[in-house]
Design a protein around this ligand. Structure first.
Ligand SMILES: C[S@@+](CC[C@H](N)C(=O)[O-])C[C@H]1O[C@@H](n2cnc3c(N)ncnc32)[C@H](O)[C@@H]1O
Length: 256
């Protein structure tokens, strides 16, 4: 099956997004914030969550689509999220205008899920290396998608749990990407702790985000204590803002 990430498929994503928002708002009024607000997603998907589903996702700026297995059996990261488009659009656009931006850089993606964002950026922005990371239950899916796209030359996947010590095999990246990782209040501090461990003042951090719940504001309040946050000047910024999508750059504050 062929899908177009920025056109036909986006309509599907928006529809899914509304369903997802409903799940979140039901969650925020009826249950505790420590639960995963995406738990109910399998109710809005048309296929059984254990069935892996492969499609071809067109990403603006890439000459070939990304082959993508989606599989919700390992958790909410097993499908494409809307904020992924914000991140891929920006990085591919910037690389077209500034080809040296990622060249020679080590890039690490947090909460990669399917790996779509990292794979598209590894293909289109030519970093030296791209490390997709997520929890153990997403590892097979990330590796499967690296294989489907024959991306082993510069892309690898490994487990990185937020709030836990950084595994020894992970070296400090030059650039960190996190798409749609602000959604679970109990994970706010662990995510900030991981960003603190992986960065210095020169690390570029990009976070794409979809506004869902008021509680998400707390993440940015917490992050501002340790990082300087700026909204990225992106040619599609006003369109995204209307859809509740944002892209931030974070820079670690000096400890001096
Ligand atoms: C909403 S999904 C976004 C997936 C992907 N980045 C995208 O934009 O399509 C959030 C991702 O964060 C991951 N995640 C949640 N809590 C985590 C934790 N404590 N450590 C590592 N990853 C985590 C989930 O497994 C999931 O893949």
């Amino acid at each position: 099956m062929t899908s177009t990430f920025l056109a036909e498929d986006f309509a599907k994503l928006v529809l899914r997004g509304h369903a997802q928002e409903d799940a979140c708002s039901i969650h925020s009024t009826q249950s505790s914030d420590s639960e995963d607000p995406f738990k109910k997603l399998d109710l809005v998907e048309n296929r059984p969550p254990s069935e892996a589903h492969v499609s071809f996702v067109e990403v603006e700026g890439l000459s070939e689509p990304i082959a993508l297995a989606e599989d919700l059996s390992g958790g909410c990261g097993g499908r494409i999220w809307e904020a992924a488009r914000v991140m891929t659009d920006y990085c591919l656009w910037r690389s077209r205008h500034e080809p040296e931006w990622m060249s020679g850089k080590h890039v690490l993606e947090l909460g990669s899920g399917t790996g779509l964002v990292g794979l598209a950026i590894a293909k289109g922005c030519h970093p030296d290396s791209m490390l997709l990371t997520d929890q153990l239950q997403m590892l097979d899916l990330m590796q499967r998608n690296i294989g489907l796209n024959k991306a082993h030359n510069n892309t690898q996947a490994c487990v990185l749990n937020w709030g836990e010590p950084i595994p020894e095999n992970i070296t400090r990246p030059d650039i960190i990407l996190a798409s749609d990782c602000v959604y679970l209040e109990v994970a706010f501090q662990p995510l900030i702790d991981t960003l603190m461990l992986l960065t210095d003042e020169n690390t570029e951090i990009y976070m794409s985000y979809r506004k869902r719940r008021k509680a998400d504001k707390r993440f940015f309040q917490m992050a501002r204590k340790r990082f300087i946050l700026t909204e990225v000047e992106d040619p599609k910024r006003s369109t995204y803002q209307k859809e509740g999508l944002r892209l931030y750059q974070l820079t670690k504050k000096s400890s001096k």
